[in-house]
Every structure is written in structure tokens, then in C-alpha cells.
Design a protein around this ligand. Sequence first.
Ligand code: EAX
Length: 322
Amino acid sequence: MKHYILGAVSAVALVSAAQAQDSLVIGHALSPTSHYGVGAQAFLDTLAELSGGTFTGEQAPAGQLGGERDMIEGLQIGSLDLVITSTGPLGNFVPEVLALDLPFLFRDYDHARSVLDGEIGQELLDAMGGNDLVGLAWSENGFRHVTNSQRPITTPEDLGGLKLRTMENAVHMAAFEGMGAAPTPMAFPEVFGALQQGVVDGQENPITVITASRFWEVQGYVTLTGHVYSPAVVLASPILFEGLTEEQQGWFMEAARASAAATRAEVDRLEAEGVDLMRANGMEVITEIDRAPFQALAAEAAWPVYTDQFGTALLERILAVE
Ligand code: EAX
């Protein structure tokens, strides 16, 4: 019986890989021209070039295939080939990854990129394998900031009672409870409508997402809290990936690295231009605040969500990276 089942699974994997060769789909939650869209196109272009046109496909942007949690589940069951996603919901599938979502852990972009491109990043990509996912490369979403429709935020007290959408992430929810807000977890495709209808007062995202999503249409205020560095990751379905030859798998990993480089370059561009763009579209942008009280409250509330389960060893390694 066991041989029969193994035979069937192999056959499915081979058929899936054959079918996938000319119709790959890479899903993500943002617009086709966003930093994820740029990364998705770089992935497809690089893979087509490396494979001599054997592997082609298209991006499924703007949450067409659901929120990030839905798309990650699609990878696990093989209904989706590839995804570019933030780590927001990923901790529900790969708990070790929650370390990366801790508030005020990463000093700046250079620090975050050094950690993710080094041995720690590779260890966490490898950990995806035990959870029916294939981590191809670390990409980037950006440092997250708070937007809202009610008032300028300059101190944690200003967050008091604010209904704030967060990702489906226990660390982020704890952080905002600690800072005095009322966190509401929600999949990204629902966020713009919830802000428009006043279901929530605010949300938090990097400048890249705020600008790509034109949040200025529903949010009057943004404060550059930079409370969390939000990684993104290029993931593949194991059902697709395990049906590939070793050479083909190498093409996918190289294409994922090219995707990440393109996304990071777009993040750098938008970080430089984003404040002016948000102001030009009517947002009151507060760039200078005392982050210490935000950090004290957020870290005290959120870090134990991770350290109670995994301890502090990985965090000490991350903090030690130059
Ligand atoms: O990954 O859900 C979020 O706020 C994410 O930042 C967004 O989907 C991009």
C-alpha cells in the first residue's frame, strides 16, 4: 500500500511540475506596480531567462487569490505555485519566524538585510521546510508606521483607544495593546474598506504599502514610528518545488534572489520619495518623535510572546549582527 501511495504522490508531483512549467502563478497582496509587483516581475523575467523560456508565468496581484494567510495555505496544498508575502501571518505557520516581527528589534535597513542575508536568515528559510513551505529568499516590506483618521500621533497616549488594524500576528497585537491601542487583526485585502467605513480608525504599514495602497484617500495622519521592521519572503509550494530537477531548483532560488534585490531597490526609492508623496496627497506626516516611550511599552508587551516560547538566544544573535 505504501508503495502505491508513494507512486501516486510522485505522479502528482511530476504532473504538477510539468503543468507548472508554462503557467506559473506568483501571488501577492499589493498592486502590480508596488515593491512586491516589481519583485514578482523580476522573479518571472529572471526565471524565464535562466530556463531558456521553459518556465513562464504571471503575477496574481492585489489579493486576487486572498490575503497572505490564504495564499500561504494555498502553497501548502499546492493550489498556488509561489507567493511574495510579509512575515505578518507567517508566524502562524512557522512560529520561529515571529522573532523577526518583534517591535524595535532591527536598528535599520542595513541591520535587517545583514541578518536576513546571513546564517540567521538561512536558518529561518530552512525552518519553512518543516511546515510544508519552501523558503526561496528573504525579500522586504519595510519599517512600519502608524496611520489613522482621528488625530496626530506623537506619544503612546495618543494611541489610547484607537481601533487599529494589525496583521494576523500575535506579536504585533500584543505590541499595540501594550501601547494603549485597540488592535484588530485583519487580512490586507479588507483593510482599505474597513478604514473607509470607519470599522477601524487606523492601521500600520511601511511607506511602500501606504503609497501603493493610496491610504491617503482614507487616512489623514501618519507618524513615522518605525515600530517594526517587516520582512517579506519569496515562498514556493513544496509540491511544485520537489517536482523540479536540482538545476531547475537552482534557477528558482536565483530568480527569488533577483526578486528580492528588485523589491529592496524599490523600497529604497519609495523610502526616499514617500514622505513628499504622502504630503502631496494631503496627509499630515509626523517624522520626528521620541520613540523611547513607544519602544518601552511595545517591547515590554510583545517580546515575551516570542521569548516565553523560544527564549532570547536568537534575539541576542540578531542584535549582535553589525
Ligand atoms: O505584505 O498585511 C499587511 O499589512 C502587509 O504589510 C501587506 O499585506 C504587505
